[in-house]
Design a protein around this ligand. Sequence first.
Ligand SMILES: [Zn+2]
Length: 113
Amino acid sequence: MHELSLISAIIKVLREKVREFNVRRVLQVNLTVGELTNVEEATLNAAFEVCVEGTELAGAKLVMERVPARGKCRHCATEFALVKYRLQCPQCNRQGVEIVAGKEFYLNSMEVE
Ligand SMILES: [Zn+2]
C-alpha cells in the first residue's frame, strides 16, 4: 500500500509545522495529488486516520485536489491531456511524450485553529 508511505511523509512535515508555528489544532489538510500517482482517496484517508490517532493532527480533514495528467510532445511541443497512458501526440501522431503534469503529490496548505 503505497498510500501509507506517502501519507507518512506528509504527516512528518505537518507535525514539524505544527511545532514550528505552535498550532493548537489542525482543521484541514490540503494535498495536491496528480492523476498518475494512483493514489486512492479512500485508502489515503484511512491511512491518514490511523497515523494521526492520538497526535495533534487527530480529527483533521484531508482534502485532495486532483491534477489531471498532461503530456508534451518531444517533437512538436504540443501539450495535451493524457488519456490512459496513450503516449502518442494528437498533433503529429509520433511517439515520445514527456509527462508535464499528473505526478504531483505534495502538501499544499493546512488550516489551523
Ligand atoms: Zn507532436
